[in-house]
Design a binder for this molecule. Structure first.
Ligand SMILES: [Zn+2]
Length: 297
């Protein structure tokens, strides 16, 4: 028995692939730590024996402590806003200026900057955030609807949107099938579902391994690849996917910061952003950007 088979046996029946339901898996990466937020714990990722999805296992019973004081949800400094505008917004769904106003759902809206920028461009935007308090705060701040219940979204917005966006959200989801079906249900026929996820098979992921910024354990539960995206799209009623690859400097800057400090030190991270543009050009496969279309008939 090799090490991977031994690990597979050791996790026994407790593994359950989030995508295909298989119960067998082999170890991908153990002894992973939360370098981004520094929360205590040691985590492991496994590859599903059937579909090869890389997935966190075991998943902590209560994930809420790992989202406490989550930086992604809080308002940012002027420096961070500027870097985001210039360096980090690549890959976000931005329709051409001067086009028709669109009805857009941004599912998992972080601190709301994307909703605000789309509203400013004249689009009709709605947000979704699973945390009710965060949803209410954003809704008040931005003066637009931000929902916190998927049942409400389904009931009020059936076939309502031109575009559904999930920017670095899918990797946090435990219900992949259900969330893709929901995106399908709230889209108009012909509407687009656009999302981006970190690419676990990328060169930067292979280079930095446990210290790869995109790993972000235990908040990142699974990592879809091109093949998984196409399977999932088909199963949840979307037409063939358009999958592109791109890197962002924060991926490299965050990873190098973890290597140098064993944590996340903001001034170092910020200082590494510009040099990281070079790494992005050399290794342009750090993330996947996916566009799925709901069929018109
Ligand atoms: Zn699987």
């Amino acid at each position: 028995m090799n090490a991977a088979e031994a690990a597979s046996t050791a996790i026994g029946a407790s593994f359950n692939c989030l995508l295909c339901g298989a119960r067998e898996a082999s170890l991908f990466l153990d002894n992973c730590r939360d370098y981004y937020m520094g929360k205590p714990g040691v985590f492991a990722y496994y590859n599903c024996a059937r579909c090869r999805l890389t997935q966190l296992h075991p998943v902590p019973a209560d994930m809420s402590p790992f989202y406490e004081a989550y930086q992604v949800h809080s308002r940012k400094s002027w420096l961070h806003e500027t870097m985001r505008g210039k360096l980090m917004s690549k890959g976000y769904y931005l329709p051409e200026e001067g086009g028709q106003p669109l009805k857009v759902l941004d599912y998992g809206c972080g601190d709301g900057w994307y909703l605000a920028s789309m509203k400013e461009r004249g689009h009709s935007v709605t947000g979704f955030e699973a945390n009710q308090q965060h949803a209410d705060n954003l809704s008040r701040q931005l003066d637009l609807p931000v929902l916190a219940e998927t049942s409400e979204l389904r009931a009020k917005y059936a076939a309502a949107f031109d575009v559904v966006t999930m920017h670095f959200v899918v990797e946090h989801l435990s219900d992949l099938n259900g969330t893709f079906e929901l995106a399908n249900a709230v889209l108009k026929p012909g509407g687009l579902f656009y999302f981006m996820v970190p690419n676990i098979r990328s060169r930067e992921a292979k280079l930095f391994r446990r210290k790869w910024h995109g790993l972000d354990p235990p908040r990142h539960l699974q990592f879809l690849t091109d093949k998984h995206v196409r399977d999932l799209a088909k199963r949840t009623g979307f037409e063939a996917a358009d999958v592109r690859y791109f890197s962002l400097p924060n991926g490299f800057a965050g990873s190098v910061t973890a290597v140098l400090t064993g944590g996340f030190v903001y001034p170092l991270f910020a200082g590494l952003m510009l040099p990281s543009l070079v790494a992005c050009a050399v290794m342009p496969d750090g993330n996947l950007a996916v566009t799925l279309r709901k069929p018109t008939t």
